[in-house]
Design a protein around this ligand. Structure first.
Ligand SMILES: C[S@@+](CC[C@H](N)C(=O)[O-])C[C@H]1O[C@@H](n2cnc3c(N)ncnc32)[C@H](O)[C@@H]1O
Length: 252
């Protein structure tokens, strides 16, 4: 039985603020992502795979923009998935699966998707696994469908400037924590762990992710474009850039 979360929107709001401390232009990259979906629509409501979707940020924005869309959200974190399930309330299929192994595909409710969307997540996977996953994602897309990945993807022609941009961003983030305008990643998890409905799920999560955070492997955008080309996509490129972050798209 799903846990009773008193107000899932309160958790959505605090998750958004916590993520925006890392990504002040987070909504811009979601808009670029959904503009890209819009560009490949074929007249039917889009089937969208929200990969490593967490609390459902992408599924919720997809439904706001395309109300008849059919999102499938895949993630491994029981606490974030419980918040997603309570917020999406039956408007998305929610799947628990580990993207670290190819078996995740067998959990999907559909054979083919119009779009696979992911944000701030695939840097949790090691390089060799991410290359394999890109090939698996090509296979779950219909011909003409699109994969879009928003993440920290520095421009490798600007190594020194990128370090300075990241230093400034870290200083601004720390200033926001100091002023109490948002929760840090660890404080957010501490709050979730103190909530009676989420506490047992947060305890499970700590077993799934013993270090509590991602390995933070962040190759430059050129690595992603080369890996997507090697995975067999027909067109690959950058649809949005903001400082050291980018949104890359790949068309099957
Ligand atoms: C920073 S969150 C981003 C969530 C969401 N895309 C967003 O933008 O709010 C990263 C997500 O990746 C998920 N994730 C990391 N490794 C995973 C794996 N091996 N399988 C499934 N999900 C994974 C985490 O559980 C988490 O929900």
């Amino acid at each position: 039985m799903s846990p009773y979360i008193v107000d899932p929107w309160a958790w959505q709001e605090s998750w958004d603020r916590q993520q925006e401390a890392y990504l002040p232009d987070r909504e811009h990259r979601f808009t670029a992502m959904l503009d890209t979906v819009d560009a490949v629509l074929d007249g039917r409501p889009p089937r969208v795979l929200d990969l490593a979707g967490g609390t459902g940020s992408i599924s919720l924005r997809t439904l706001a923009r395309f109300p008849a869309a059919e999102p499938t959200l895949v993630d491994l974190d029981p606490a974030l998935l419980a918040i997603a399930a309570a917020s999406l309330a039956g408007r998305a299929t929610i799947v628990t699966a580990d993207l670290g192994t190819p078996e995740w595909r067998s959990t999907l409710p559909h054979q083919e998707y119009d779009a696979v969307l992911t944000a701030t997540a695939l840097h949790w996977l090691p390089a060799d696994r991410l290359g394999q996953l890109y090939a698996e994602l090509r296979d779950v897309l219909r011909p003409g469908g699109v994969f879009v990945n928003a993440d920290h993807m520095p421009d490798d022609t600007l190594p020194e400037l990128t370090k300075r941009l990241m230093d400034r961003a870290r200083d601004r983030r720390n200033a926001r924590y100091a002023a109490g305008s948002t929760l840090s990643w660890s404080d957010w998890w501490e709050r979730a762990g103190a909530d009676p409905a989420l506490a047992p799920l947060v305890a499970q999560r700590h077993e799934i992710y013993p270090t509590g955070h991602s390995p933070e492997w962040n190759p430059p955008v050129s690595w992603h474009l080369a890996a997507l080309t090697a995975a067999g996509f027909s067109e690959v490129g950058t649809v949005w850039r903001g400082g050291p972050d980018a949104v890359v798209a790949a068309v099957r």
